[in-house]
Design a protein around this ligand. Structure first.
Ligand code: F3S
Length: 397
């Protein structure tokens, strides 16, 4: 791989220990994936930052990097394992909170903004078409590549941090035109509406792609999709299919940049989605927990929830996971008061997957196919998918 003079100096240690370590990580990845050079990144999103995932070894690595490491580009953080202001309220134990704060402090020392959200594109880390990024968090990666038309690989925590500290990433994978072509067509022959249905579609396509060898899907037949629909779809197709990029005819910006694939067409009908829905509803579920906000809820979703909950009372534990900055907008708009008066809770900075809540509930209902996957696999909950409206009916009955 060809390095510029400055990149070589970074590797040689002229810019300090953390920069050298970061450049070692990036050049190693570049060699493995046959990159020709480095490219400058305009922003970074770091994931895998719950103390639940990192443990003591991860924290040690971060403290080491924070000794002399400073980020060179806009860098934001994924959800952590707790609400930073109200962790006791959510039953998080003191030792976990102490360790989680050490993780956040190490990132903050390096200049990472502790946004603690998986929707950086909704809260200021908003790239534009064609920019190179180094983002971790599979749902956000898929959104950045597909919906925005920016370019990022699915980074891991250490490689994303390495890019933040150097402002560089190796030029391979989704940074290259040749790897962004759609390879398999999905023709949707039914109307898809709402976050739950887009999640079901993501699972259906994702499941097929796993068998097809994880090719980039080119999707036709969708008339319209909101930002919330697309964020749900991205989270689902990334979870079930490992997909980091798709094209959607008439919706995503690169759908007509590359020629439409001529090979294999899969048709998806209502009956297919009904089957997926039944796979995401456990027979003997007794719902005691409702979770909305995977990926983190937008202000528009919060506004919808407030209007549906107005004057009602939830009878089950009800969490809305969102970015703290979005919650502040909801406070200003008066939505938070309506929601909290109804007995629902905002869980900022965290989500029901990265927080240590295994065993805390028996049956979880969510509008997100991704939340259902991890609720079942990681937290051992029985699960049920439904629209936001159905979640609210379940919570208030
Ligand atoms: Fe975000 Fe957690 Fe879902 S990180 S995408 S809310 S699993």
């Amino acid at each position: 791989m060809k390095l510029t003079t400055q990149e070589q100096e970074m590797l040689d240690g002229k810019y300090g220990k953390a920069v050298r370590k970061a450049m070692e990580i990036l050049t190693t990845l570049g060699e493995i994936f046959n990159a020709d050079r480095m490219v400058d990144v305009s922003s970074v999103q770091i994931a895998g930052v719950s103390y639940d995932n990192l443990g003591e070894a991860g924290l040690e690595f971060l403290n080491d990097m924070a000794e002399d490491g400073k980020v060179r580009v806009l860098t934001t953080l994924n959800p952590v394992g707790m609400d930073r202001e109200n962790w006791q309220f959510f039953g998080i134990d003191q030792d976990f909170a102490k360790n989680q704060n050490c993780v956040i402090n190490a990132f903050a020392k390096m200049g990472v903004i502790p946004t603690c959200s998986c929707t950086p594109y909704l809260i200021g880390n908003t790239p534009h078409f064609g920019q190179h990024l180094a983002w971790a968090e599979s749902s956000a990666v898929c959104y950045a590549n597909s919906v925005i038309g920016a370019r990022t690989n699915r980074e891991g925590g250490p490689s994303a941090l390495a890019s933040a500290i150097t402002g560089k990433t190796a030029n391979y994978g989704y940074h290259l035109d040749e790897n962004r072509y759609g390879k398999v067509i999905f023709k949707i022959n039914t109307i898809i509406k709402g976050t739950d249905q887009f999640g079901l579609l993501g699972k259906k396509i994702g499941d097929i792609l796993v068998k097809e060898g994880k090719k980039i899907p080119y999707i036709t037949g969708i008339d319209s999709a909101t930002i919330e629909d697309l964020k749900s779809f991205c989270a689902s197709i990334a979870t079930y299919g490992g997909t980091a990029l798709f094209h959607m005819e008439g919706i995503t910006p690169e759908y007509n940049k590359y020629p439409k694939p001529k090979i294999k067409i899969f048709e998806i009908k209502q009956i297919d989605l009904d089957k997926v829905r039944s796979e995401l509803i456990d027979d003997d579920i007794d719902v005691d927990f409702i979770s909305i906000g995977c990926p983190h809820a937008s202000i528009h979703e919060i506004e919808q929830i407030a209007s549906m909950l107005k004057g009602k009372r939830v009878k089950k534990e009800f969490w809305i996971t969102t970015a703290r900055s979005t919650k502040k907008v909801a406070d200003e708009a008066g939505y938070s008061k309506i929601i909290e008066d109804a007995g629902a809770k905002f869980a900022s900075d965290m989500c029901c997957v990265v927080a240590p809540i295994r065993g805390r509930f028996k049956g979880m209902m969510a509008d997100s196919a991704k939340a259902c996957y991890y609720g079942r696999v990681k937290n051992n909950f029985k699960i049920k998918i439904g629209s936001i409206e159905e979640c609210i009916i379940e919570a208030t009955k």
